[in-house]
Design a protein around this ligand. Structure first.
Ligand SMILES: Nc1ncnc2c1ncn2[C@@H]1O[C@H](COP(=O)(O)OP(=O)(O)OP(=O)(O)O)[C@@H](O)[C@H]1O
Length: 589
C-alpha cells in the first residue's frame, strides 16, 4: 500500500485528486489503455465499412474482402486485450485506493478530540469511512470505464463521420451537446437528493451500532419492540430518501431514451436518403448506423455515469464534512517529543470553556501538584473534576493560561509524548476483543511476556487470568463483557503498571465496584500509586482518606485545599460530605 500523507482534504475534488496523484502512474497508464481501446472500437466500425464496401461489387470472387476483414478481426482482438489490461490495472489501482482512503480516514478520525466522539455515534463514523471509500472507488471506476470510453467513442465518431459527411458530424455534435447539458443540469439538481440519502444512511448505521452497544439497556427495559419501531422508522426515512435518489436517476434515463430515439431516427433517415441520392456508399450507411448506435449506448452510459457520479460526489461530500473536519487539537509546529519524568503539574492562570458552551468551566485557575504527591479531587457534580483531568492530558486546549508538566507547557509537547508520560485508570476500562495478553500490553507494545506477567501480579490479576480457559491467550468479549467489573478494573491497573508513567490519573477507578471487588482493586491501586504523582477523582471520599492532599472543586473553583485531616477539622464542604457519607465516621489513618 502506498504511504499517504496524513492530511485529508475535506472537499470531494481535492480529496479525489489527492488519491489520483498518489497513484499517478497507474491511473495515467489506465487512461492511455482506455483511450486506446476506445479508439480501436471506433476503428473496428470503420473496418466493417471497408468490408461492406468491398462486398458491394459485381465480381464477388475477385472482391477484396479479406484484407479489411483481417484488419477488422485484428482490431477486435487488440481492443479486447487493451480492455483486459485496463481491467487488471484498474482493479489493482482502485482496490489499493479504497484501502488508502479507509486507512487515511481512520487515521484522521482518531486524531479528533474526545468530544468529537461524544457528538458523533461510533457506528455512523465507521459507516461514513466505508461509504467514502466505496464511493471513491465507484467514482474512479465510472471515470475509467463509463465516462472515458463513450467520450472517446464520441470524438472518434465525429472524426469518422466527418469523412462521410461533415454535416452529419456537426449534427451529432450539436445533438450530443444538448443531451449532455440536459442530463448534467439534471444531475446537478439531483445532488441534494443524493446527499440526503447519504445522510440518512449514516444515521441508520449509527443507530444500529448504538443500539447494539446498549443491548443491555434494551433487554433490561423490555425495549425490543420500541427499538424495532425506532429502527424501522429510521430505515423508513432512509428508504424514502433512497427511493427519491433512485427515481431521479430513472427520470434521467427516460429523458435520455427519448432524446436518443429521435437522434437515431434522424441519422438513419439522413444516411439512407444520402445513399438513395448516391452521395454515400452502402458501407457508409453501415458505418453511420453502427456509430450512431454506439454513440446511443455510449451516451446513455455517459449520461448515467455523470448523474451517478454526481450522486457519489454528493455522498463523498457529505461524509467528508464530518470525517474530514479539521482537527480541533493538533501538535504545534516543532512540538517537543519530551515526556514527563518527574510528574510536577502546574495550572497557571487557566481559563477554559468548552467550545459549544457559553460558561467557562475554569477562570484563572492556579494549582501546583509537586512530584510524587497523591492528590484527591472531590466536590459536587459538574464542579470540573473530569475537565481538569482532561486538560492535563490535553484532550482539549485552554483559552488562557498554561498547564505545565515538569515545567514544559503541555501545548508545546507532542500529544503522543505527553500521553506516554501519563497513565489513566478510568471507571470504565476500555478493552478490545483481543487476548488478555494483548489488552494488557496495549499500554506498552514492546513489553515482554515477563513484564506483562509482573504487571498482572502487581495488579492482583495474575491468579484470575490463569484460571481463565486459555490463560493469557483468552480472548476477552467485546468491551470486556466476559469479565467482572473488578477483573476489568484490575486489567486496567495492570496496563497502568506496565506503562510505568510518572503521572497517574485515577478517574472514579473504584466507583462501580462492590466492597469485595473494591478491596482487591484497592490493594492493586495501593501498589500502583507509590512513587508517582497521582490525581484521583472520587465521589466516595473514604477512597481518598490515605491521600496527601484533597482539593474540593465546586463550579470550577478550589473551595478547599489541604490534607484530609485538615479539611475534616475545617468543618467545610469536605467534612460535611464526609460525614454524610460515613455517618459521622473519622478519617482512618
Ligand atoms: N463536552 C462538554 N461540552 C460542554 N460542556 C461540558 C462538556 N463536558 C462537561 N461539560 C460541562 O463542564 C462542567 C464541568 O463538568 P465536569 O464533567 O468536568 O464536572 P465533574 O466535576 O467531573 O462532574 P461529575 O462529578 O458529575 O463527573 C459542567 O458544567 C458540564 O456540564
Amino acid at each position: 500500500m502506498a504511504v499517504s500523507s496524513r492530511s485529508v482534504p475535506n472537499r470531494p475534488w481535492p480529496f479525489l485528486l489527492k488519491y489520483l496523484k498518489l497513484r499517478r502512474w497507474q491511473f495515467g497508464t489506465l487512461a492511455v489503455l482506455v483511450v486506446s481501446a476506445g479508439t480501436c472500437a471506433v476503428a473496428v466500425q470503420y473496418g466493417m465499412k471497408l468490408v461492406v464496401d468491398a462486398m458491394v461489387t459485381t465480381d464477388r470472387v475477385a472482391a477484396q474482402v479479406w484484407p479489411p476483414l483481417l484488419m477488422f478481426l485484428g482490431l477486435i482482438a487488440l481492443e479486447n486485450i487493451l480492455w483486459r489490461c485496463s481491467g487488471w490495472l484498474g482493479c489493482r489501482a482502485i482496490v489499493a485506493t479504497g484501502a488508502d482512503v479507509r486507512v487515511d480516514l481512520f487515521q484522521h478520525m482518531i486524531g479528533h478530540p474526545m468530544r468529537y466522539f461524544a457528538k458523533h455515534l461510533s457506528g455512523s463514523l465507521s459507516s461514513r469511512i466505508t461509504a467514502t471509500a466505496g464511493s471513491t472507488g465507484a467514482i474512479l471506476s465510472r471515470l475509467i470505464w463509463n465516462i472515458t470510453p463513450p467520450a472517446v467513442d464520441f470524438i472518434g465518431a465525429v472524426v469518422v463521420l466527418t469523412l462521410v459527411d461533415y454535416r452529419m458530424s456537426l449534427a451529432l455534435v450539436a445533438f450530443v451537446a444538448i443531451v449532455a447539458s440536459i442530463i448534467i443540469a439534471f444531475g446537478i439538481r439531483g445532488r441534494a437528493l443524493h446527499r440526503a440519502y447519504g445522510q440518512e444512511a449514516a444515521v441508520v448505521g449509527g443507530e444500529l451500532v448504538d443500539t447494539v452497544t446498549n443491548v443491555w439497556a434494551v433487554k433490561a427495559f423490555s425495549a425490543r419492540e420500541r427499538e424495532r419501531q425506532r429502527l424501522a422508522s429510521a430505515i423508513g426515512i432512509e428508504a424514502r430518501a433512497q427511493r427519491k435518489s433512485w427515481m431521479y436517476l430513472e427520470k434521467a434515463r427516460v429523458i435520455h431514451d427519448v432524446c436518443l430515439w429521435i437522434m437515431a431516427g434522424t441519422m438513419l433517415i439522413w444516411a439512407l436518403r444520402a445513399w438513395q441520392s448516391g452521395s454515400v456508399s452502402a458501407g457508409d450507411v453501415v458505418l453511420v448506423s453502427a456509430l450512431t448506435f454506439r454513440i446511443l449506448h455510449g451516451s446513455r452510459d455517459l449520461a448515467l455515469a455523470l448523474v451517478e457520479m454526481s450522486q457519489e460526489f454528493g455522498i463523498v461530500a457529505e461524509m467528508l464534512e464530518v470525517i474530514g473536519e479539521r482537527h480541533a487539537i493538533s501538535d504545534a509546529p516543532g512540538a517537543l517529543p519530551v515526556q514527563p519524568t518527574q510528574g510536577r503539574i502546574e495550572f497557571r492562570n487557566v481559563t477554559f470553556r468548552y467550545p459549544d458552551s457559553k460558561k467557562p468551566v475554569f477562570q484563572h485557575l492556579d494549582l501546583v501538584i509537586p512530584p510524587g504527591q497523591k492528590l484527591g479531587l472531590a466536590g459536587p457534580s459538574g464542579g470540573g473534576k473530569s475537565t481538569l483531568l482532561a486538560l492535563i492530558q490535553r484532550l482539549d486546549d485552554v483559552q488562557h493560561g498554561e498547564i505545565l508538566i515538569d515545567g514544559v507547557p503541555v501545548s508545546a509537547m507532542s500529544q503522543d509524548s505527553l500521553r506516554a508520560g501519563i497513565a489513566v485508570v478510568p471507571q470504565d476500562i476500555s478493552l478490545f476483543r483481543r487476548s488478555v495478553m494483548e489488552n494488557i500490553r496495549y499500554s506498552r507494545p514492546d513489553a515482554s511476556d515477563e513484564d506483562v506477567y509482573a504487571a498482572a501480579r502487581h495488579a492482583q490479576c495474575d491468579a484470575f487470568i490463569r484460571r481463565l480457559r486459555h490463560g493469557y491467550d483468552t480472548i476477552i468479549g467485546e468491551r470486556g463483557a466476559t469479565l467482572s467489573g473488578g477483573q476489568r478494573q484490575r486489567l486496567g491497573i495492570a496496563r497502568a503498571f506496565l506503562k510505568d508513567a510518572p503521572v497517574l490519573i485515577l478517574d472514579e477507578a473504584t466507583a462501580a465496584l462492590d466492597t469485595k471487588s473494591e478491596r482487591a482493586v484497592q490493594r492493586a491501586l495501593q501498589n500502583l500509586i507509590s512513587g508517582r504523582t497521582v490525581i484521583a477523582v472520587a465521589h466516595r471520599l473514604s477512597t481518598l482518606s490515605q491521600f496527601d492532599r484533597i482539593v474540593m472543586l465546586s463550579e470550577g473553583k478550589i473551595m478547599e485545599d489541604g490534607s484530609p485531616e485538615e479539611l475534616l477539622a475545617r468543618d467545610g464542604l469536605f467534612s460535611s460530605l464526609w460525614n454524610a457519607q460515613s455517618g459521622m465516621g473519622r478519617v482512618s489513618a
